[in-house]
Design a protein around this ligand. Structure first.
Ligand code: SF4
Ligand code: SF4
Length: 277
């Protein structure tokens, strides 16, 4: 069994508690307007458009497939900028054993492993096998998910998972579809399900001025969290126009005043652990 991996980060302090090894899988079932790494959304179609822009011949076409020769790569990302398919030619199809080998190199310094994306739940069966092995290393297993795939269909995986970090991008169905291309029904179901199972480490909402109804989103989501378990962390994330598509690069960053106001709303609604990043 293999899964497409966009990148491995051996040390991360922003993907859950402690020092974490983060695995970013390629492919997503959302298409968020504000995505910070839109090149993770689709799998490469091997159209070949990026091959000739590579300044160091690190890309080739072999048997109709675009192949990345990592040893030659200058990490300039010209290939990603050229791709109109929201993809990257620098994706490796890795086995559980290959990923494990990388984790073991850093094990002494790690608290755990976080799987992210793209949307890592597209590879739930692969994650199950991976987490079995990670548990043998006495490391914690965290999932970072957009919540479209229902976790109640993957209880085997959830039993191996210490906690989930869940994006709740909009409380409003129409706004969620406008932003991501998909309904938020499963996201809200997952919020309740994971929270009631004690598996929700945090819920996150990105605040985007003039695009989303931020007050309504934070008001409604924080009410839900407080009802499920007021100790669940609610993270309010400032939109920043880094790595986003051109259309979103001019959207303004939320003010500190707006973030403070939203935090206040969540606290008043009963959430005990609200942070701004
Ligand atoms: S990042 Fe892409 S374009 Fe740049 S050297 Fe590597 S493969 Fe070539
Ligand atoms: S990364 Fe994009 S441009 Fe390059 S071959 Fe794949 S789909 Fe085509």
């Amino acid at each position: 069994m293999r899964a497409p991996v966009n990148k491995l980060i051996p040390f991360s302090s922003v993907d859950g508690p402690g020092n974490r090894f983060s695995i970013f899988f390629q492919g997503c079932n959302f298409n968020c307007l504000y995505c910070h790494n839109p090149e993770t959304i689709n799998l490469c179609s091997s159209c070949g458009a990026c091959v000739d822009v590579c300044p160091n011949n690190a890309l080739d076409v072999i048997d109709g497939k675009v192949v990345w020769k990592e040893a030659f790569c200058l990490k300039c990302d010209l290939c990603i900028n050229e791709c109109s398919n929201l993809s990257s030619p620098k994706v490796k199809y890795m086995s559980v054993e290959e990923i494990l080998k990388e984790i073991i190199k850093y094990k002494t310094f790690l608290s755990g492993v976080t799987v992210s994306g793209g949307e890592c739940m597209l590879y739930a069966e692969f994650l199950k096998e991976l987490f079995k092995e990670i548990k043998n290393l006495n490391l914690t297993c965290f999932i970072d998910s957009n919540g479209l795939i229902l976790f109640e269909g993957f209880n085997d995986l959830l039993n191996l998972t210490d906690a989930v970090m869940l994006d709740v991008k909009s409380f409003d169905e129409r706004e969620h579809i406008m932003l991501t291309g998909k309904s938020n029904k499963n996201v809200l179901k997952n919020l309740v399900y994971l929270g009631s199972k004690g598996k929700l480490y945090e819920a996150r909402t990105v605040v985007v001025p003039d695009v989303l109804d931020n007050v309504s989103n934070v008001d409604n989501v924080s009410r839900m969290i407080a009802k499920i378990d007021d100790k669940i962390r609610y993270k309010l994330i400032k939109f920043r126009p880094l790595g986003v598509r051109k259309e979103f690069s001019k959207i303004k960053i939320p003010s500190d005043d707006l973030m403070a106001k939203l935090k206040d709303i969540a606290l008043k609604n009963g959430c005990k652990n609200v942070i701004i990043t």
